[in-house]
Design a protein. Structure first.
Length: 283
């Protein structure tokens, strides 16, 4: 929408919004995840300059390729690749398989040069353009899910009786609930703060001032999710590891919450990015 040529916006966007076609961003590869600059998929122009011949493998895809230098961010370009001869997909089973995660194999796929998104060799900037918003969405989603789990724990603590008392009457359970609630409220407040700032800044200022805080918030939100997944399972006991019944929501969360800690940048990458951005602003 931001970098594609006019014909692409007019043709592809309506088809996707109507649900006639599905579209995905294929960046991750077997050997390149958070380290986007290490992607190995290649796109070589034909002698007549009319097509790119694309070869490579994309994995965990819910389309970036190299048209220039063999390493680093400088040789990356972004292409719109439609289903055609040489493009094959295979379903991958994950803890969040409902998303339709797939392996994409590209073998001598012929792509018109008109399908270039942005400028040749500047695909890295195209990829980075949307990362702040993607991470914001992941953060909002995991905080919402975490809050739901805390609510389930609170309700369960009022129902379940142990040693003649409801769980909520046990100090150790109240401490667990207090710890979870305070952690969730802190990241929720941080998210609202950043969201307001995003509405007051243009894209350039957002990239400079908010990339670090958003990265740190994503890191903290997934750490809180980790805590809540663990504590909620302890509160629910055997029901917390059962796929049916009253604990099914807890079981599903502790099985799937890690997706937010990996997609859009792993926790380690997010923590490092946040500190590096703070160093840049300080300088």
């Amino acid at each position: 929408m931001h970098f594609g040529p006019k014909w692409m916006k007019e043709k592809i966007i309506p088809e996707v919004l109507r649900g006639d076609k599905r579209i995905c961003l294929a960046i991750s590869e077997p050997g390149a995840g958070s380290d986007v600059a290490s992607i190995a998929t290649t796109a070589v122009k034909t002698p007549d300059g009319k097509f790119f011949i694309v070869n490579g493998v994309k994995k965990w895809i819910t389309n970036a390729v190299r048209t220039g230098s063999p390493s680093g961010m400088g040789g990356i370009s972004m292409l719109l690749i439609e289903r055609s001869e040489g493009l094959n997909t295979k379903s991958i089973k994950t803890s969040y398989s409902a998303a339709g995660t797939s392996l994409i194999i590209l073998e001598n796929v012929k792509v018109p040069v008109e399908n270039l998104i942005g400028k040749e060799g500047e695909g890295f900037q195209v990829i980075m353009y949307n990362f702040n918003h993607e991470r914001w969405l992941i953060i909002a989603g995991i905080i919402r899910s975490t809050r739901d789990v805390v609510e389930e724990c609170f309700k369960w603590a009022h129902q379940r009786k142990v040693f003649g008392k409801r769980l909520i009457e046990q100090p150790v359970i109240r401490f667990k609930l207090a710890n979870m609630i305070s952690q969730v409220e802190s990241v929720e407040n941080w998210l609202e703060n950043i969201t307001y700032q995003m509405t007051q800044m243009d894209y350039k200022e957002q990239s400079r001032r908010l990339a670090g805080p958003i990265a740190l918030l994503k890191y903290q939100s997934t750490r809180v999710a980790h805590l809540v997944a663990d504590e909620s399972c302890q509160i629910f006991g055997g029901r917390g590891i059962t796929k049916s019944g009253m604990g099914s929501h807890i079981e599903a969360f502790q099985r799937t919450y890690k997706f937010a800690a990996i997609l859009g940048g792993s926790e380690e990458i997010m923590a490092d990015l946040g500190v590096r951005q703070a160093m840049v602003l300080k300088d």
